[in-house]
Structures are given as structure tokens and as C-alpha cells.
Design a protein around this ligand. Structure first.
Ligand SMILES: Cc1cc2nc3c(=O)[nH]c(=O)nc-3n(C[C@H](O)[C@H](O)[C@H](O)COP(=O)(O)O)c2cc1C
Length: 189
């Protein structure tokens, strides 16, 4: 378990299929959700919520994904539909971060959306701090209305991410990161 700065400097995403069982325990999931909900939140609106997918519930959600896929591609091969059914079953645990951002008299919706991003990132980092690997993805079904309805999202809610969590396969190689000289400037007035 790396210290905080080492964790921040070395964190990497994994492919969902690389994240193996056993996933976090119930107590660890509580820790993940507690950390995920401890983020800056202008107006204290809690403009996000979480949906936990574990065990067979991952395949129940996968049924909705497969059905939406079949509706889009009626001629899809059975193995492709089957792969869609397994979407949320690749890792032992998936937590959806749902943005509940909505118009508000004082707090811009943009700031509420940013807070959901912070919640997703805190969730990823908390998983790593517990010794798991995590990957923040959306994929096509995060934008499919039939899937969102089946998962219980209200019309104004959006998926910020499906965070996949499980045992990491090992120490990953890093990928190139942007040079600081290209993304940071000093303001000189
Ligand atoms: C909102 C959001 C959605 C993402 N969706 C996907 C996705 O659907 N598929 C994917 O391969 N990566 C997706 N990513 C990127 C991965 O989370 C990750 O950043 C990328 O694989 C690079 O790995 P790294 O985190 O180790 O730098 C998404 C990232 C964000 C912030």
C-alpha cells in the first residue's frame, strides 16, 4: 500500500478484464463510498450518487445492456450480444458515479458536474489506497437511454463513470504524460 504521494504519482488504470476477484468486502465498499462522497461540493448539494454492482447483479444490469445492444444492432452475432451481457461482470465490483447536476439558483450546473468528477476520482484513488486496481470508464452504454432507464437514472441524471475495481494484475508500465511546460504557465501580470 503506497503512501499518498507515491500513490498519486504512480496510479494507473487497468483494463476491466485485468481486475480479478476477490473484490472489496462490504466494509471496504463502505470506505470507498465514504471517500468518494468526501469531495468539494459548492452549496453542499451532493450533486452525485452511486450505484454498486456486485455478484449476479452485474449480469442483471448486463441484460439491459445486451437488450439495448440488440435493439441497436438486430443482426448482431450471439457472441457479441453475450459480450455485452458481460460488460459489468469483467471486474468483481463496479460502482457507477451518477451526476445529479441540475439548474440551481446559486450554484452553476458546471460546478456540480465537476464535483461528480471529483467523486469519481476520489473513488479511484480510494480503491488504489486499499490495494485494488481501478478504472474509470463510460463506454457506449453510459449514453444509452434504455440502459439508463433500466439502471434507474432519472432524465436529468448522467453517468460520470462506471468505476471498475478489483485485484490488479501487477505493476503497470506508465504511459507518457503531458510535459508540464505544455500545460502549465506562470502568470506574470
Ligand atoms: C469521464 C471519463 C470516461 C472515460 N471513459 C473511458 C472509456 O470508455 N474507455 C476507456 O478505455 N477509457 C476511458 N477513460 C480513460 C481511462 O479512465 C484512463 O484515464 C485511461 O485508460 C488512461 O489510463 P491512466 O488513468 O493510467 O492514465 C475515461 C476517462 C474519463 C475521465
Amino acid at each position: 500500500m503506497p503512501d499518498a504521494l507515491a500513490l498519486l504519482k504512480t496510479r494507473r488504470s487497468f483494463k476491466p478484464v485485468e481486475l480479478s476477484a476477490p473484490g472489496p468486502s462490504t466494509a471496504e465498499i463502505d470506505t470507498l463510498l465514504t471517500v468518494a462522497s468526501r469531495v468539494p461540493d459548492h452549496g453542499k448539494l451532493a450533486p452525485w450518487r452511486f450505484i454498486v454492482f456486485e455478484g449476479e447483479a452485474r449480469r442483471a444490469a448486463g441484460e439491459a445492456i445486451a437488450a439495448a445492444f440488440r435493439a441497436k444492432y438486430p443482426d448482431a452475432k450471439p457472441e457479441h450480444v453475450e459480450a455485452e451481457r458481460e460488460r459489468l461482470a469483467r471486474a468483481p465490483l463496479v460502482i457507477a458515479v451518477v451526476s445529479r447536476a441540475a439548474p440551481h439558483v446559486k450554484i452553476p450546473e458546471w460546478e456540480q458536474v465537476l464535483s461528480a468528477g471529483a467523486a469519481a476520482m476520489n473513488l479511484v484513488l480510494a480503491a488504489h489506497a486499499l490495494g485494488y486496481g481501478a478504472t474509470w470508464i463510460t463506454e457506449w452504454y453510459a449514453y444509452d437511454r434504455a440502459v439508463l432507464d433500466a439502471l434507474g437514472l432519472r432524465p436529468h441524471e448522467k453517468i460520470a463513470g462506471f468505476v471498475h475495481i478489483g485485484r490488479p494484475p501487477g505493476v503497470p508500465e506508465d504511459r507518457p504524460r503531458p510535459a508540464l511546460s505544455e500545460i502549465a504557465t506562470r502568470f506574470h501580470g
